[in-house]
Design a protein around this ligand. Sequence first.
Ligand code: FRU
Length: 475
Amino acid sequence: MSPNYQERFRPRFHFSPQQNWKNDPHGLIYHADEYHLFYQHHAHDSVWGPMCWGHAVSADRVTWQHLPIAIAPDEIGGIWTGCVVDDRRNTSGFSADGALVAVHSYEDQSVGLAYSTDRGRTWQRYPGNPVIPSPGGNFRDPQVFWWEESQRWHMAISCEQSIHFFASVDLRDWQKTGEFTAAMGKDAPWEVPDIFYFDLGEQRHWVLLVSMKGAPAGGLGVRYFVGEFDGQTFHTQDELAEDGWLDFGPDNYAGSTWKDTPDSRRVYLAWMNDWRYAESVPTQVWRGAATIPRELELVETAQGFRIIQRPLSELKQLRGNKNQWRHTSIAAGENLIANIRGNQYELCLQLRPRAATEVGLHVLKGCNCELDIRYHTQQETLSVNRMNSGQVGFHGDFPGIASSKINLLGETLSLQIFVDHSLVEVFANQGEAVISMQVFPDEDGEGLAVYARGGDAWLESMDFWRMKSIWETVD
Ligand code: FRU
């Protein structure tokens, strides 16, 4: 089958596999001038099953080249989520010239290794697998990093509702050094940790990401903790911050960040889905996509540390034809831009609610469907509602409304919105909050409207860019 990336609902500028199932992106690393993206993949079906590592590479994290499956199930079992490290010092002894080493979960919840000496093109299994046997129960998704201070490898790995830490000098022999847990997300296993740091002035702050249940939109999400790593474990003072979630929408899970990047940006990619309905979403040929890459930044606010997210700036290269509006009143009940249609675009707005009690947009709007993005001035809340967005009945947990508290900056709400056929990401106030959502509109769901309710609002500016496809075979 030669996929053309033009199937109904197929995203054109988000990564998705050529065919069949995808869940977590992982093994994100920059090596020899390439960004690697591996992902949980079922090679023969569009539902979850025996997992192998799908693989793609990119020069810019925007356009991707698919490569053959990197690691397939072996006699121990399916290859679950993990990471890739560059063992350039040959601590593992796998290759005098250094090797990329994949440290991954097996489906039996043990940890295994595979290595590559040809820029990730072919992978050898370590014959001594597993390197950490299963302790029983849920134990998975190792995330490994080299720490100069200890001259050792450190691993964060989820174990039931906690993160365990291990250390090793050679990636083969691991000793447990500590555990971290917190009060939330206690009714399902924690998954897919990632750990890294930001230097703010003289101060180093470590960030631990954990995918878990209990997210603001009601299902799964990615929680972040800001604290310290002392070589043994992670500590934090502020685990109770209620809004320490990377996303307020339902579709952002199992996210992690690129290692060894040539610049200091910390860039995040997640699976744009939720396990509750992931196998039922109405796509054909492929199922499961990644978010757009997002640059993470740690900022200190009056409420404590927060992570803000911005779309990777390289995405601007996809901007095509532009329409713009400036200084326009939006009368209550008026549909401001009835003449624009599309399902593949980026939109940047500066909106002043003024007298309106609600101001917002309908995207992917047809006669009987719309995705409603709305700011409620009294509640100071931004909500994205997919209750009437087209196909919603394939799973009881799919229809819903996601919201986030947003304070206006001055009197202005700033929104940056990416619409890509079945994927919508809304960045509010320069990345202070993000709401990510899948949506499956009707055939005619290509309309766009800006509206005000309860009084007139003001559109300071709106820029609309058609976005190009990242797949060469398309258009
Ligand atoms: C997260 C996850 C991981 C696991 C993988 C299996 O979505 O459940 O914990 O390793 O998916 O595909």
